[in-house]
Design a binder for this molecule. Structure first.
Ligand code: PLP
Length: 499
């Protein structure tokens, strides 16, 4: 299995090379040259596998130049029950007749990015061995909060590699910030940027496409790689849990093999829902993908109108990991829908870069709507949903998951559709504790409390244990205090690498 560019501007490369490069140097994203297909019988046969072995099976279909044993070893180290706080790794909870919540936050940082970022460093390490250049790899990450810590945890003290994380100053929660700035390891660097997430992401993208700078780095013995959700090594592991959750329903006799399910995903950069789309292309019986946005509803507008328009203010919401105006992974989705015509993708995304918007043709829009529906939740609806779900089902959710559930409810009401639906829960409720307490008790409950008091308050109120990754952060030393403006991101990289 080889990898090609969504923009038809690069030669085919192996899986390990695609993972090592992160994105296509001339712009564009790596995609598999074909999507592997599984028959229903083959899917059913995987029903008894533990998570680690299921990951081994699915990933082996994609990672052509990794051996089956190598992938198995990566999966068993990554999805180990000393790393995740449950042997199920990704438990599926039935909430009512239609709603199944897929909990993807049992990893070390309490959010779903661990699902990919625990295994990706192992895949990248092997990729470095397989493509030896004798250079030190520098991982650059732009984060809206959750990726940063998950990547730092995955990569810290991995030899032959440095990781530099940029996050928007004031754009992440206090706990997210402390999770990052207290990270240990000799090879980790964390920088706050005066700007929003899109500014961070653009600054990092510009570094990747800056030829001159890359040559300079090469001369000094460095090469860049990315751990952002555009890296194939991030995306492929996310396909696994869609098969996992379907098989859970199957083994519990909630569905029969072949029954179609909906999948609802609170979406930001479009990585998680893209993985669900690939699972469907591979043969998983998916009825509808439900794309849930917060008030930054660029995607909802796109799915409904065919116009992708980022020319608007980015709002800060209580689901900050979805505060994004440019959803990079959409490019891979459109690549499939536009019959893999790289030239078309190139013109759309160049126009987005140049003019801030693009419009897809009607034929492609029809395909989008066949596969996907999109809507958004307001801030008020998000709060209400947290409270309502807690009182109705005695189940506590975070703000991102609440956006998902709210949009799912709207979809249900509009269509009277009753198929079983997997709703992806992307963060533990304690991770976004302030908003969760506000939802349960009103904003008066927050007066004179810092985030750590709030954790305790929620615990007293609900009796739910605080996630281990969020405990005692206030007692840890802040090790990273770098900060810079958006224009100075490249300078900061030079400074860190002593260029
Ligand atoms: C990253 C993140 C999302 C968005 O996922 P995408 O793959 O970027 O669409 C949603 N919720 C949480 C908690 C996240 O960390």
């Amino acid at each position: 299995m080889q990898y090609i560019s969504t923009r038809n501007n690069f030669n085919k490369v192996s899986a390990s090379k695609a993972i090592k490069l992160g994105m296509v140097p001339a712009g564009g994203l790596f995609v598999p040259e074909r999507i592997p297909r599984l028959a229903l019988q083959e899917i059913e046969n995987m029903g008894s596998l533990p998570y680690q072995q299921l990951a081994q099976e699915i990933l082996s279909l994609y990672l052509g130049d990794y051996t089956f044993e190598e992938i198995g070893s990566c999966a068993s180290r990554a999805y180990h029950d000393s790393v995740f706080n449950t042997p199920e790794i990704a438990p599926l909870r039935k909430i009512n007749d239609c709603m199944y919540i897929l909990e993807l936050w049992h990893g070390p940082t309490a959010a779903f990015k661990d699902m990919a970022l625990q295994i990706m460093p192992y895949l990248l390490s092997l990729a470095m061995e397989k493509n030896q250049t004798g250079k030190e790899t520098v991982i650059l990450v732009a984060t809206s909060g959750d990726t940063g810590k998950a990547a730092l945890e995955g990569f810290k003290d991995v030899e032959g590699l440095k990781i530099i994380v940029f996050y928007p100053k004031g754009g992440v929660s206090k706990i997210q910030e402390l999770q990052m700035t207290s990270t240990g390891g000799q090879n980790t660097f964390v920088v706050s940027v005066e700007g929003n997430f899109d500014d961070c992401q653009n600054a990092v993208k510009n570094i990747f496409s800056d030829r001159e700078f890359n040559l300079q780095l090469e001369e000094k013995g460095f090469e860049l790689s990315s751990a952002n959700s555009i890296n194939w090594g991030r995306l492929a592991p996310q396909i696994v849990y869609y098969f996992w959750s379907y098989l859970q329903m199957l083994t519990r006799s909630e569905i029969n093999i072949g029954d179609k399910v909906n999948i609802c995903v609170p979406t930001g950069n479009f990585g998680n829902i893209l993985a669900a789309f690939y699972a469907g292309l591979m043969g998983l019986p998916v009825k509808k993908l439900i794309c849930a946005s917060n008030e930054n509803k660029v995607l909802a507008d796109f799915i409904n109108t065919g116009v992708y328009d980022r020319r608007r203010e980015l709002k800060k919401t209580m689901s900050p990991s979805m505060d994004i105006l440019v959803s990079s992974n959409l490019e891979r989705f459109l690549f499939e829908l536009a019959d893999r015509k790289g030239n078309r993708i190139n013109s759309w995304f160049e126009q987005l870069q140049k003019d801030g918007f693009f419009e897809i043709n009607l034929d492609t829009l029809r395909k989008v709507k066949d596969i996907m529906t999109g809507d958004f939740a307001t801030e008020e609806e998000t709060l209400y949903t947290i409270k309502n779900v807690y009182h109705k089902y005695n189940y506590l959710i975070d703000t991102h998951t609440a956006v998902g559930i709210n949009v799912y409810k709207k979809y249900m009401e509009a269509t009277s559709e009753k198929s079983p639906t997997i709703i992806v829960s992307t963060a533990n409720p304690y991770k976004f504790n302030t908003s969760v307490l506000k939802a349960l008790k009103g904003k008066e409950a927050l007066i004179d409390k810092d985030e750590f008091d709030v954790l305790e308050e929620i615990k007293n109120l609900t009796g739910i244990d605080i996630h281990p990754g969020l405990k005692d952060l206030d007692k840890k030393e802040v090790r990273h205090k770098w900060t810079c403006s958006t224009e100075k991101v490249k300078e900061k990289v030079k400074e860190i690498l002593s260029l």
